[in-house]
Design a protein around this ligand. Structure first.
Ligand code: FPP
Length: 238
């Protein structure tokens, strides 16, 4: 087995934070308790990611479909997002980290939208580490917004020639961010759930049985070990 010190660390890791609800239920606790513990774990894992040299970390915290959850669960998540976004300034300073929110913020209450604008503007000065939080994010929605924006720019005469792949990438919420090298989904589900469909075209996928609140440094290293065993081809011949 490869020694951990010889492991290639992926530049960009994307994670689907799944399993908070089932984790809490198994403990006889409400789902919102699982999200609280999931949020604590996110703080820890983002520190670990920096410690081991991951430059870009992108997490899926709330999808466009998640609005269908109960009011109680959504209220609990909104409370967590409010608290977390406030803490993000300190995290950005500590880790020299630029924070960006992917997704359409317009569905959130005005104070949350304001916190998103604030942390994005405040942390724009950092370029050592990059942390993307997907909130009210859905990949099809992102692509739809990008296509509409491109159409507007064509009508306005800002785009005249052919529409290229690079141009499409530059209209997505992830503009300027390299595509993920490794995608991890916790809690045993093996699907993308509308996450980064364009950006994951050549990404290695690792699905882990552990629920998100139990995903610690050891589990992250295990995912990276699995990534190291893959023979990345990008569709070409080696
Ligand atoms: C999906 O698993 C997870 C979510 C809908 C929420 C993820 C949120 C967090 C980890 C905490 C907050 C994050 C931030 C950025 C503050 P699930 O809980 O639906 O799990 P289940 O599949 O077991 O029901």
């Amino acid at each position: 087995m490869t020694e951990d010190k010889e492991l290639r660390i992926p530049q960009h890791v994307a994670i689907i934070l799944d399993g908070n609800g089932r984790w809490a239920k198994a403990k006889g606790m409400p789902r919102s308790y699982g999200h609280i513990k999931g949020c604590d774990n996110l703080e820890k894992i983002s520190d670990v990611a920096i410690e081991i040299g991951i430059k870009y970390l992108t997490v899926y915290a709330f999808s466009t479909e998640n609005w269908k959850r109960s009011k109680e669960e959504i209220d609990g998540l909104m409370k967590l997002f409010r608290q977390y976004l406030k803490k993000c300034k300190k995290m950005a300073d500590k880790n020299h980290m630029r924070v960006t929110v992917l997704g359409d913020p317009r569905a959130f209450d005005e104070d949350i939208q304001e916190s998103i604008r604030e942390i994005e503007e405040y942390s724009a000065k950092y370029d050592e580490h990059f942390f993307q939080i997907a909130l009210n994010y859905g990949s099809r929605d992102e692509i739809k917004r990008a296509v509409n924006h491109i159409a507007d720019d064509v009508r306005a005469g800002k785009i005249t020639g052919e529409i290229t792949e690079d141009m499409i990438s530059s209209y997505l919420d992830t503009a300027g961010i390299p595509d993920p090298d490794l995608l991890i989904r916790t809690s045993g589900e093996q699907r993308l759930s509308n996450y980064l469909l364009w950006q994951l075209a050549y990404t290695e996928f690792v699905f882990m049985d552990v629920a998100w609140p139990d995903f610690h440094k050891e589990e992250l290293m295990e995912a990276i070990r699995q990534y190291n065993k893959r023979d990345r081809r990008y569709g070409g011949v080696k």
